[in-house]
Design a binder for this molecule. Structure first.
Ligand code: NAD
Length: 368
C-alpha cells in the first residue's frame, strides 16, 4: 500500500481542536490497515507568528511543497488583530494557496438526510443534495490589474477592479470540472455572464471548446450566473458539478453552503495542476469555517468539516475513494443516530462536544 505524505497544519482556535479528532481518525485508518501515512506537523497563522514572527515559516513552506497533501485547520483570532498586515494569520493561508498555485477550489454542498431540517429550504428540496462547486481561485477580478481608487478633478473618487481571464486559466479549471463530473453524475453547469461581460464570452467559448474536444461524454449546460443563483435556491438538486470564476464562485458556493445547514459541516479542497514528473497534484484540504474564537478552547467545535476534509484528501489526492466513502458513511451514520454538536443541535438529539463527536465517528467507522 502506498504511504501518503501528509502535512498537518492545525493553525489557531478551534483548528487545533478539530485537527485532534482527525489525528484519531488517521490512527484508526492505519491500525486497521486501511491507509498508510507519513505525517508531519507544523504551525500556520497566529501560532506560527507567535513562534517566528511570520504567518508561516520557510521550513513549513518546504514541508508543504514536499507533501502529497496538506490538511489545514483554521487561522486567525483577536489575539493577532494588531500584528503587521503582511504577518496577519490569514497571510499564511494565502501564501500557501499562491505559492502552491492552487487554482481550483472544490466545495461540496452535501445535505445529510438527518440534517435536512436545518436548511433554510424545505426538506424535499435539499434532502440528499450533493453538489460540487468548482471555483477558479487564482484569477479574475480579485487579482486583475489595475485595482485602484483614484481622486478625480471634481473631488469625486473612482474605484476600479479589473476582471481578467486568459484562456489557459479557463481551460484548466474546465478540465478539473469535467474530470470530476466523470467520477460523479457526469453533468457540468458552467456559470458566467456572457450577456454583459467579455470575460464571460471567453469563458463560455473556452469551456465549450474543451468540452467538444475531450469531454463530449459529459453533459454540459451554460447558465448565466444570476439565473444560476436563482436555480440554486429554486431546485438545487438539478446540479452535479458547477464550474465558475473566482467572484461568482465565491458567492454561489456560499449560497450552496447555506442549503446544507452549518459551517461546521463543510469541507473544501484547493488543487493545483498535475505535475508532469510525478503525476501528482498539489492539494490543500480545509474546513470552510474559521478559527471560531467565540467557542475556541471550550471543546464545543464540530469536527465533521475537518474530518470530511480528510475524506476529500483520500478521494482526490490519495486515490482511496473507498476509504473516503467509509468516512462519509460514518458521518451520515452518526447524524442518523442523533449525535449533534451545538451548532447543529435539534430537539431530541444527543448533544456532544468535539471529542464526543470524534468518539461517535470512530465508533461508527469501526462498524464499517
Ligand atoms: P468562523 O467560521 O470562525 O465562525 C463563524 C461562526 O460559526 C462562529 O459563531 C463560530 O462559533 C461558528 N463555527 C464555525 N465553525 C464551527 C464549528 N466547526 N463548530 C461549531 N461552530 C462553528 O468565522 P469568523 O467568526 O468570521 O472568523 C473568526 C476568525 O477566523 C477570524 O480571525 C477570521 O479571519 C478567521 N477565518 C479563518 C478562515 C480560515 O482559516 N480558512 C476562514 C474564515 C475565517
Amino acid at each position: 500500500m502506498a504511504t501518503h505524505k501528509l502535512l498537518l497544519l492545525p493553525g489557531d482556535g478551534i483548528g487545533t481542536e478539530v485537527m485532534a479528532q482527525v489525528k484519531r481518525v488517521l490512527a484508526f485508518l492505519e491500525q486497521q490497515g486501511l491507509a498508510s501515512f507519513a505525517i508531519e506537523e507544523d504551525l500556520v497563522g497566529g501560532a506560527a507568528y507567535d513562534q517566528c514572527g511570520l504567518p508561516i515559516s520557510e521550513e513549513a513552506m518546504k514541508r508543504a511543497f514536499a507533501a502529497d497533501a496538506i490538511l489545514l485547520g483554521a487561522v486567525g483570532g483577536p489575539k493577532w488583530a494588531n500584528v503587521p498586515y503582511e504577518a496577519r494569520p490569514e497571510a499564511g493561508l494565502l501564501r500557501l494557496r499562491k505559492d502552491l498555485q492552487l487554482f481550483a477550489n472544490l466545495r461540496p454542498a452535501l445535505c445529510y438526510p438527518a440534517l435536512a431540517d436545518a436548511s433554510s429550504l424545505k426538506r424535499e428540496l435539499v434532502e440528499g443534495l450533493d453538489i460540487l462547486i468548482v471555483r477558479e481561485l487564482t484569477g479574475g477580478v480579485y487579482f486583475g490589474e489595475p485595482k485602484t481608487i483614484t481622486d478625480l478633478a471634481d473631488g469625486q473618487k473612482r474605484g476600479v477592479d479589473t476582471q481578467v481571464y486568459e484562456s489557459y486559466e479557463i481551460e484548466r479549471i474546465a478540465r478539473v470540472a469535467f474530470e470530476l463530473a466523470r467520477t460523479r453524475r457526469n453533468r457540468v453547469v458552467s456559470a458566467e455572464k456572457h450577456n454583459v461581460m467579455k470575460t464571460g464570452v471567453l469563458w463560455k467559448q473556452v469551456v465549450s471548446e474543451v468540452h467538444g474536444a475531450d469531454y463530449a461524454d459529459v453533459s454540459l449546460e451554460h447558465q448565466l450566473a444570476d439565473s444560476c443563483a436563482m436555480q440554486l435556491v429554486r431546485a438545487p438538486k438539478q446540479f452535479d458539478v458547477l464550474v465558475t470564476d473566482n467572484l461568482f464562485g465565491d458567492i454561489l458556493s456560499d449560497v450552496a453552503a447555506m442549503l446544507t445547514g452549518s459551517l461546521g459541516m463543510l469541507p473544501s479542497a484547493s488543487l493545483g495542476a498535475v505535475e508532469e514528473l510525478t503525476g501528482k497534484r498539489r492539494a490543500l484540504y480545509e474546513p470552510v469555517h474559521g478559527a471560531a474564537p467565540d467557542i475556541a478552547g471550550k471543546g464545543l467545535a464540530n469536527p465533521i468539516a475537518m474530518i470530511g476534509s480528510l475524506a476529500m484528501a483520500l478521494r482526490y489526492s490519495f486515490g482511496q475513494g473507498d476509504v473516503a466513502d467509509r468516512i462519509e458513511k460514518a458521518i451520515a451514520g452518526v447524524l442518523a443516530k442523533g449525535y449533534r454538536t451545538n451548532d447543529i443541535k435539534s430537539e431530541g438529539a444527543t448533544v456532544v462536544g468535539t471529542e464526543g463527536m470524534g468518539d461517535a465517528v470512530l465508533a461508527e467507522l469501526a462498524i464499517g
